[in-house]
Every structure is written in C-alpha cells, then in structure tokens.
Design a protein around this ligand. Structure first.
Ligand SMILES: Cc1ncc(COP(=O)(O)O)c(C=O)c1O
Ligand SMILES: [Zn+2]
Length: 444
C-alpha cells in the first residue's frame, strides 16, 4: 500500500484503455501557487516557488464515481465522503470523527436578525473540536507512508486531536505548544499520553521550531509535512453541511480563521461538490472570524491590502485563533473578497457574551473560537454582508469545556449568581424550604 501510494503517477493522465480500475483518484501533490506537480509523500512546500503543496485529484474520476446515493448508503463519519479524500480506502483503525449535528439555531438567529441560522456543532468530535477531522486524514496518510510518530505545532485544540489520534493508533505523539496555553487544553493532551513540549513564545515561534524539528526527526507533523493531507479534512465540514441541507449550499458560511486552512478548504469543499454534480453551483459568501487582538487577515480585508501583515504579539483570550502569521492568510483573504463576504474582527468581551448567548439560547457550549464566529454572524449582519432572508451556517468548531473561564469575561465574578446568570450561588442546606427561599431570592 505504501509503495503504491508513493509511486502514484504525477498529473491527471488518462487511464490506459480498458484498465479503468487502475486509475487513481489521487494523482500526487501540486503547488497551490504555480501548479507544479510533486510526487505524493510527506512534503508541504513547492521546491520552485515555496508555495504550499496540495493534494491533486483526477477530477474526471471523482465526477464519474461520486454520487449522493453512495455517500448516503455509508456509515456516519467523515470517511463517507471518500471520493473527495486522499485515501483509497478508509483506514482500518482510528477515531469516529465527523457527522456532527447541523442545528437550526432559530432563537440565536432571531436575536441577531438572521431568520435562518444553522449552527454546525463541531464541539462533539472525539477530542471536542473540528481538528479531529484534519488529524484523521493526516494520521491515516501517515500510516500509509509508514510514519510511526505523530506530532504538531498547536494553538491548543490540535494538541488534543493529535494526541487522541496517536493514542487510537497506538503510536507516540509529541505536541508543541506555547507554554502559557489554557490548562484544560494541556491537560487534555497529557491525558491521551502525549509528550507535551511547552515552548516559551508565541504560536509562530512554536511553528518555526517545528519546521526545524521535522527535518531533524522525520516525524509526521500533522500541520507541517502532512499539511496537504491535514488540510483536506476541513472539506468534510462543507460536505456535511451540504448533505445536511438536503444537498445544497447555504447563502453564507461563517467560519473562524487562524492559519486559514479551515476557511479556504470549506470553500474548496463546496466547489468540489458542485464540480462533481452533487450540488447546484450557487454563490456562497464566506465570512471569516478573527479575534480583534490577533486579526491579521481581518485587518488586510478592511484596508483593501493584498498582503497579510503578521501580528507579532497576539493579545487575545482566543488562544485557539492566535496565529499572528497565518500560512493560508492570503488565500483566505481571496476567498472572502471574491465571494462578496467579509472578515470580521471581534473583541474578547463580545466573544465572551456570544459564548454565553449561544449556550443559553441553543444549548451549545462553544470554546472561544465559536464565540468569535457567532460574534462575526452579528457583525456581518450589521455590515449587510448577511442580508434579509439569507440562510446562514456558522461553523462552531470547539467545545467550551476547553476554555471554561472564557464565558466569564466582562461580567463581575464576585456578583451573586441568580437564575440565568453565570457563576455559582452559595450552597444551600438540603431542605425544600431552603430551596424555596433561594428560588424566591434568585428570581427577585
Ligand atoms: C476551535 C478552532 N477553530 C478554528 C481554528 C482555525 O483553524 P485554521 O488554523 O485551519 O484556520 C482553530 C485552530 O486552531 C481552532 O482550534
Ligand atoms: Zn510553486
């Protein structure tokens, strides 16, 4: 299997006559910038122009083989979209990732002036974030390449996802993180048995170090040398949204941006479904969401710049999106601009309020990236990018239990708690009368 993959032919050549079975969907890697083909393998940078490498498919073969019926007949999980993913068969081992609920968030939507709001609730993956999707593809590909150690540079959620995937495969994981990450995220990775490597510095410092470590060790860094495969995982959010809506696309997608991989690949996912004839090709406006304290792509969007200027010192409690120098920032900018979308920058107090409101109105507890995304729905509605009657899907990508203190920002932690307010009231004795008195006080 491994040799076969590595020796896959370059370019989307036609199959030998009479031998369609030998034709491969995945034909190699290709540079996103200059189009140069590269052989399939753990590689991520174009030797000609240093642009990012991506998986290249035989599009005709995908169109000929993908169908709604085949997908619907398969078990739940992200492998049901196999024709659009870089593996020939689903892996024999791995976590159950994907098929998360698409929730009609009517109450939250009405409060924002958005009549038709859906929340894609990706708080429920095995390690409680959408990163399980990206890691599922990277880990399965790593196995095919014979790589036996997983690693990553993480802003938090990827650490848990990589650690969990490695545990499920029975291989070691090394996760590199900024040393001052939220304790719940660090603990989560440790719980799966990963080696956590805390680095003094920002995520961008961590990432730079990992570029060197990858050359030194040959480990499978899911978001470095396995990045072309990792990035494909985010397309499955688009596939699930389209299938969940009855095989069609919404008017607007709202999604968080850190490196920009998720945002750009969700756009790609919808385009691939339309190319394959599984959905009608309709315009979708893509709205990106960044925290104000680390918003390099939103800043470029607002100023009309074509270059994304890095943020050297991110200052936000949205640690999961605190990437100052986003690898796919330029492409995310293009997606927002060319689709008539926007990139919104949301301050932390608003993000905390959005976390509380989504939890209280819809029963979905998001981590900080989800708060930024719901904040961006509101901002894009105010800006007019979301219009009357639009159908909007917000991608809520991580679970609030990973950032348990975030929802309290902007409210007085010392204030006595009442029903409907955050925080915990002082304990009461286990007697009905005490409870009744407490309820009386809480509702007054
Ligand atoms: C919960 C969550 N949502 C969204 C993102 C953004 O992902 P990307 O780096 O693909 O833009 C991250 C990145 O870490 C994340 O942790
Ligand atoms: Zn190139």
């Amino acid at each position: 299997m491994t040799t076969e993959l590595i020796q896959a032919p370059r370019g989307a050549g036609a199959p030998a006559a009479g031998a369609p079975a030998e034709r491969r969907r995945v034909v190699g890697l290709a540079c996103r910038n200059c189009g140069r083909p590269e052989p399939l393998g753990p590689a991520y940078v174009c030797p000609a122009c240093l642009g990012p490498l991506e998986v290249a498919y035989d599009r005709d073969l995908v169109r000929a083989t993908a169908s709604r019926e085949a997908i619907e007949a398969r078990p739940a999980g992200l492998w049901r979209y196999l024709e659009f993913l870089p593996l020939d068969t689903p892996p024999a081992r791995g976590l159950a990732v994907g098929s998360s609920p698409l929730v009609a968030a009517d109450r939250r939507g009405r409060a924002l002036g958005v009549e038709r709001l859906w929340v894609k609730d990706d708080t429920r993956n095995p390690s409680l974030s959408f990163k399980d999707r990206a890691v599922a593809i990277a880990a399965a590909t790593a196995s095919e390449f014979g790589i036996d150690t997983l690693a990553c540079a993480s802003t938090g959620n990827l650490a848990g996802a990589t650690a969990a995937a490695a545990a499920a495969l029975g291989i070691p994981a090394y996760v590199f993180i900024p040393a001052d990450l939220e304790p719940a995220k660090v603990d989560h990775a440790l719980a799966y048995g990963a080696t956590v490597v805390p680095i003094e510095g920002t995520y961008d410092d961590v990432n730079r170090l990992c570029l060197e470590v990858v050359d030194e060790t040959g480990w499978g860094f899911v978001n470095v040398n396995l990045r072309p495969f990792y990035a494909e995982g985010s397309k499955t959010l688009a596939f699930e949204v389209a299938e969940g809506l009855g095989w069609r696309s919404p008017d607007v997608i709202v999604a968080p941006i850190a490196s920009g991989a998720l945002f750009t690949k969700v756009a790609r996912g919808f385009a691939e479904l339309a190319d394959a004839g599984l959905i009608e090709r309709r315009p979708i406006r893509f709205v990106g969401a960044q925290p104000a304290g680390c918003a390099p792509v939103a800043t470029a969007w607002a100023s009309g710049a074509t270059v994304v200027e890095p943020v050297r010192a991110p200052d936000t409690f949205v640690r999961s999106l605190a990437i100052g120098n986003p690898a796919d920032g330029r492409y995310a900018l293009e997606v927002a601009r060319s689709s008539g979308g926007s990139i919104e920058s949301i301050d932390d107090t608003r993000t905390a309020a959005a976390i509380r409101e989504l939890a209280a109105l819809e029963g979905i507890f998001a981590e900080t990236a989800g708060g930024v995304t719901i904040g961006a729905v509101e901002a894009a509605r105010r800006r007019g990018v979301i219009r009357d009657g639009d159908e909007v899907v917000a991608l809520v990508t991580g679970n609030g239990l990973k950032t348990p203190d975030a929802r309290l920002l902007g409210i007085d932690p010392a204030a006595p708690a009442r029903a409907g307010q955050p925080g915990l009231a002082p304990p009461i004795p286990p007697r009905l009368a005490a409870f009744e008195a407490w309820l009386e006080g809480a509702s007054s």
